[in-house]
Design a protein around this ligand. Structure first.
Ligand code: NAD
Ligand code: TYD
Length: 353
């Protein structure tokens, strides 16, 4: 048994599906609070799979977490649960502090209590895997080398600051209490089941719905993009063979300017679902007011995980983005389920001007 938190979200949901696609896989206890970003529709194919048990609850609820650990006795915890959207963290940071910092603290402390009670052999095998982001390292200039695990933490947004704080707690629980932890810091993910507040799914859906494609500032900000299936395979490698107390950067070796990402999506849509007027979807691109404190460039040096564990991404950006566009075109039912009233309220608040 493993305990996954945040397994109804984008990456956690993909991870749960990926893990259970192996007929011999251990079962999963999936603890998720079902915030706006959590969608059980992502897990619909597991409805009759007894290896998956979903628990609706908060990682900050100590009684609940401890009772789940004592009852199910997992050999690992993989913590995906978080508030994850930078723009929302700017509008309202409080939930980010609560879940990402206080929630992670609670999870660590419950894990420590449970782990301390285990027999020696189980104790040695236990893992607490914390899923984090490259945004903790701050922003790079165009000539800086990519982020290495040794880069200092320089978070700039409420989101990245809260994730940085959680990474520090995980590190402290290893050094002070000996809890067997590993942390992974990954670049921007994309792929199926991505909530359409983030750039890639937002642009795909706005394009086919005839809406404008909002680009913040000059669109020259650079992100490294990783297909979500590759992130899942990297997590599995680190969980299985990562060295205790270490952090591993995970990235796609795919630095792209936002404007180029959006133009690539438009080109694929022009081919797969041409507009009725035969014009390009790129005509819908609109430059809007920049995000406050917008980080200019993220880039990941993923050579440590490659050298130590032999992991490299399987998808290029070109193959992954095509799969992703096709997935959104073929899964309108999932999309309709998540683009509800509260989603429309968010779009109105964020893009009103
Ligand atoms: P997401 O917002 O899509 O999903 C987060 C999930 O956590 C949701 O299902 C939500 O209901 C759940 N959740 C939120 N608060 C909770 C709480 N207090 N208790 C229990 N569950 C709670 O996020 P995501 O994109 O899947 O990201 C997952 C993890 O990966 C996060 O920790 C994020 O920081 C990290 N990460 C994300 C990216 C990315 O590009 N999306 C990149 C690197 C790292
Ligand atoms: P996002 O998907 O929110 O991820 P993150 O902020 O964690 O990197 O944004 C990716 C990039 O796209 C980021 O530089 C902000 C930019 N962006 C836009 O230009 N327009 C948008 O509407 C959104 C949501 C993001």
């Amino acid at each position: 048994m493993i305990l996954v938190t945040g397994g109804a979200g984008f990456i956690g949901g993909n991870f749960v599906l990926n893990w259970l696609s192996d007929a011999n896989a251990e079962g999963i206890i999936n603890l998720d609070k079902l915030t706006y970003a959590g969608n059980l529709a992502t897990l619909a194919s597991l409805k009759h799979d007894s290896r998956h048990q979903f628990i609706c609850g908060d990682i900050g609820d100590g009684d609940l977490v401890l009772s789940l650990l004592k009852k199910h006795r997992p050999r690992a915890i993989i913590n995906f649960a978080a508030e994850s959207h930078v723009d929302r963290s700017i509008h309202g940071p409080s939930e980010f502090i609560q879940t990402n910092i206080v929630g992670t603290f609670n999870l660590l402390d419950c894990a420590r209590e449970y782990w301390s009670s285990l027999q020696e052999e189980q104790k040695e095998q236990f893992r607490f895997h914390h899923v984090s982001t490259d945004e903790v390292y701050g922003s790079l200039s165009s000539s800086d080398p990519a982020f290495k695990e040794t880069n200092p933490y320089e978070p700039n947004s409420p989101y990245s600051a809260s994730k940085a704080a959680s990474d520090h707690l995980v590190r402290a629980w290893f050094h002070t209490y000996g809890l067997p932890v590993v942390t992974t810091n990954c670049s921007n993910n994309y792929g199926p089941y991505h909530f359409p507040e983030k750039l890639i799914p937002l642009v795909i859906l706005n394009a086919i719905n005839g809406k404008s494609l909002p680009i913040y500032g000059d669109g020259q900000q650079i992100r490294d993009w990783l297909y979500v299936g590759d992130h899942c395979s990297a997590i599995r490698e680190v969980l299985a063979r990562g060295r205790l107390g270490e952090t591993y950067n995970i990235g796609g070796w795919n630095e792209k300017a936002n404007i180029d990402v959006v133009k690539t999506i438009c080109n694929i849509l022009d081919e797969l679902k041409p507009r009725a007027d035969k014009k390009s979807y790129a005509d819908q691109i609109t430059f809007v007011k920049d995000r406050p404190g917008h980080d200019r460039r993220y880039a990941i040096d993923a050579s440590k995980i490659e050298n130590e564990l032999g992991w490299r991404p399987a998808e290029t950006f070109e193959t992954g983005i095509r799969k992703t566009v096709e997935w959104y075109l073929n899964n309108s039912e999932w999309v309709e389920g998540v683009t509800t009233g509260s989603y429309r309220d968010w779009l109105d608040k964020q893009y009103r001007n």
